[in-house]
Design a protein around this ligand. Structure first.
Ligand code: C2E
Ligand code: MG
Ligand code: MG
Length: 750
């Protein structure tokens, strides 16, 4: 039961029932029916005719008597006199009216309307005294409304002082009662199609005899009539609702079966839907359910059954919203090629506090996977998961990055637990067979048995223990709480980066690049910064590396490019050409979609790529060198400048220089900082500058911290300078301010 209440179906059911309980379901029901009846129109019954006396001018007792006399000549079935005639002004006219009314005998009824809708008290109806009405019968018009003051239903009759007064609708329809005490008008009846006869024509005798003969005639003034909301038509004279009520009663009894049956069917449909496996089938079914939900009440109404769609619409909307939201979090929680949920999903799964968290790390997993063709990689993880689930009896196995698999288990005494894990280890004694490939595997366990710390930390702890087991070659490592502080936080990195980008904890700093020849700032390098709310400021080296390892660098890279472009456009608008440098992670360099994405971003932002310099660092993490070189050449062909960052430190800076058509070379600050103190470093710098110039590259020296180093580099023929001496990296607003100031001092006001 608790599980049901927490499921999307349970939540949406409860919420929609709450909506109904608070009477707010009309928020949905009202516009629904209003829309329906805007489209669905039926003609009014022919047997009812309105005599509209609006064009007679002054309509007093004398005129009323004339009209009634005229009507009687046409021999109608019955006449309903729906007008408050001002009597007492002219005794002769009044008695003439009394005579005219009496001449109908039982075939005339006076209509008494309540002052206000929903008011069914006897005082609300001004029932004329005998002296005025003579022997004429009285019929009532009494309506209940919905929250929008639209007419909804009416009683068949009301009893005042022991006397039963029928309503006009029930009289017009000749249906006095049913087992239900109220009836619902047929709002599909188009009030414009109600047959009308002009009072003036009637008096002139120009009305065709067939029009009134044998019909029910309502004598009324539409102009003075009381009004009420009519679905699909807004506010109309209430007499239209009376006729719509008669139309409904004539056609059939309308049975109100409330919202419950439809809701029950919807519930069943959603349960079936949640059984469907394929997402295409799910979407199609969901669409079908919507279609049915919206059309069934109309179809049912056509055969006289009133079903409320509102609670069901509310439920299906909430259900859809929850599923969408779940799908989004599922996307964050299922990021593996295998489709297995990841460790974030495990920590979000809400496992019980008392359970053990077990993490397995497969030794050399990444190497193993790297030898497999892409399509078999997921399969490999699935096989491991299958074995683990078989041995551990866990219903769900979660997969982390780099060969980590995790689940939770009922806590056993430690002795038993260790024994059990040893047994699991034995399951991996036989090699894995993935397609035609065979692998021997070796697994290590990390176990977290701590209670009282949060789930995310526990999963992290078990991961850390498994890594420790792996690195010291032990089979099982039990997590000790004292290591909590050092637990890695990689597994939630993605979500944290997203969050950091959204709330501005991640931002870009800009550091000037100075041109020796021109003697001014000609550009800047964009450097990423992260002020983490709990971990304080995190150096880019630290989180970029982690993001790379977790395969989460894409988001950051495109965000940096976009932000740097915004800054570059603004700085270029100030005056002279401004060159913006960004750092491209080695992990990204060989990605197949890199060039297309960069091209798309510069096109969208409308910036000349030549204003952007891409700094690349050679590290061993470039896995596909030919692809990397190909990408970089293409970027350069698009117009981007290329720069080899940290030149002299990477393992293959020279190879890069040889293979790549780059434009710039950045001397690493390790050499620069020792320029004045180490002859060897000076020699390296001098020859590197010569080498770069020979290859047509410009040289940027980074990490310049003092005037002497700066001057020396100028002497040695270095082209550009960057370092704390020339300016620290700072946020854009401050940077722009300073850049502007450097201009005003040099060139006067721009
Ligand atoms: P890098 O590209 O070599 O950036 C230069 C680093 O040297 C920056 O460190 C800068 O703050 C620092 N620096 C500048 N002048 C001086 C100086 O005079 N003395 C000293 N001691 N240091 C100086 P930061 O900002 O900590 O960045 C470190 C590295 O992180 C960068 O090295 C770059 O490789 C990487 N990084 C920064 N932003 C991004 C980015 O947006 N994407 C990628 N993929 N990597 C980035
Ligand atoms: Mg750089
Ligand atoms: Mg550098």
């Amino acid at each position: 039961m608790r599980k049901f209440v927490r499921s999307p179906i349970g939540i949406s059911l409860l919420l929609s029932l709450a909506l109904w309980l608070f009477g707010s379901n009309e928020i949905i029901g009202h516009p629904y029916w209003n829309m329906v009846y805007k489209v669905w129109r039926e003609p009014a019954p022919k047997a009812i005719v309105l005599v509209n006396v609006d064009d007679i001018g002054n309509f007093g007792s004398a005129e009323a008597a004339k009209v009634l006399d005229r009507v009687r000549r046409y021999m109608p079935r019955k006449v309903y006199f729906d007008h408050d005639v001002n009597t007492g002004l002219n005794a002769a006219a009044d008695s003439d009216l009394a005579r005219a009314m009496a001449s109908f005998g039982p075939d005339l009824a006076l209509v008494a309307r309540a002052e206000k809708l929903d008011d069914f008290r006897p005082e609300a109806f001004k029932i004329p005294p005998r002296s005025v009405r003579g022997d004429s019968a009285i019929v009532l018009s009494a309506w209940s409304t919905n929250a929008y003051y639209y007419v909804e239903s009416a009683p068949y009759s009301l009893i005042f002082d022991g006397h039963r007064y029928p309503t006009l609708s029930s009289e017009l329809a000749g249906v006095k009662s049913s087992w239900q005490s109220i009836y619902y008008p047929d709002f599909s009846m188009d009030p414009d199609t109600v047959q009308q006869v002009s009072g003036r024509q009637l008096l002139a005798g120009t009305v065709a005899p067939g029009l009134l003969g044998g019909r029910s005639v309502v004598v009324t003034s539409l102009r003075q009539a009381k009004t009420g909301g009519y679905f699909g038509h807004g506010v109309t004279p209430l007499v239209m609702q009376d006729i719509a009520g008669a139309a409904a009663l004539k056609a059939h009894y309308v049975i109100d079966i409330t919202f419950v049956p439809l809701l029950a069917v919807l519930l069943a449909a959603l349960v079936l839907l949640s059984r469907a496996r394929s997402s295409k089938v799910k979407v199609a079914t969901y669409g079908m359910i919507w279609l049915l939900l919206l059309s069934v009440p109309i179809a049912m109404r056509m055969v006289g059954v009133l079903v409320g769609p509102d609670v069901s619409i509310a439920m299906l909307t909430v259900f859809g919203a929850i599923r969408l939201w779940e799908k989004r979090t599922r996307r964050i929680q299922h990021t593996n090629a295998s489709g297995l949920p990841n460790l974030i999903a495990l920590s979000a799964s809400g496992f019980e506090v008392g359970r053990d968290v077990v993490v397995v790390v497969i030794a050399r997993y990444e190497e193993m996977v790297a030898t497999l063709p892409r399509e078999l990689r997921g399969e490999c993880a699935l096989q491991i998961a299958r074995r683990l689930s078989l041995g551990s009896k866990a219903s769900e196995i979660y997969q982390g990055d780099g060969g980590h698999f995790a689940w939770t288990e009922e806590a056993r005494p430690l002795e038993h637990q260790l024994h059990h894990l040893e047994g699991l280890r034995a399951l991996f004694a036989s090699p894995l067979q993935v397609g035609p490939h065979t692998f021997d595997t070796n697994i290590h366990f990390g176990l977290d048995r701590n209670e009282g710390i949060d789930r995310l930390t526990r999963v992290n702890s078990a991961v850390a223990s498994a890594n420790e087991a792996l690195s010291n070659g032990r089979a099982i490592e039990l997590f000790e709480a004292r290591r909590l502080a050092e637990a890695p936080w990689e597994l939630s990195l993605h979500a944290r980066i997203e969050e950091g980008l959204q709330n501005g904890d991640i931002w870009l700093a800009f550091q000037s690049q100075w041109d020796f020849a021109q003697g001014r700032v000609i550009g800047a390098e964009a450097l990423i910064r992260w002020n983490h709310p709990t971990r304080g400021s995190i150096a880019p080296d630290a989180f970029i590396l982690q993001a790379e390892r977790a395969g989460r660098i894409d988001t950051l890279t495109y965000w940096v490019l976009d932000q740097a472009i915004t800054a570059a456009l603004e700085l270029n608008a100030i005056g002279p050409r401004f060159q913006m440098s960004i750092n491209l992670s080695a992990q990204m360099v060989d990605k197949p979609y890199l060039v297309a994405n960069f091209a798309e971003i510069v096109r969208r932002r409308g910036i000349d790529p030549a204003l952007l310099t891409i700094e690349i660092t050679e590290t061993s993490s470039v896995s596909n060198r030919p692809a990397a070189c190909d990408n970089l050449s293409q970027l350069r062909a698009l117009g981007f400048r290329l720069s080899i960052d940290d030149f002299g430190t990477g393992e293959a800076s020279l190879t890069y220089l040889a293979d790549l058509p780059s434009d710039e070379l950045k001397l690493d600050r390790r050499f620069v900082s020792r320029l004045l103190t180490s002859d060897r470093d000076r020699a390296i710098i001098t020859s590197t500058i010569a080498l770069a110039h020979a290859l047509g590259q410009s040289v940027v020296a980074e990490g310049i911290e003092d005037a002497a180093t700066f001057a020396k580099l100028g002497e040695l023929g270095c082209d550009c300078a960057q370092g704390f001496y020339l300016g620290r990296p700072q946020a854009f607003a401050a940077y722009r301010e300073e850049y502007l100031a450097s201009f005003s001092s040099r060139y006067g006001d721009i």
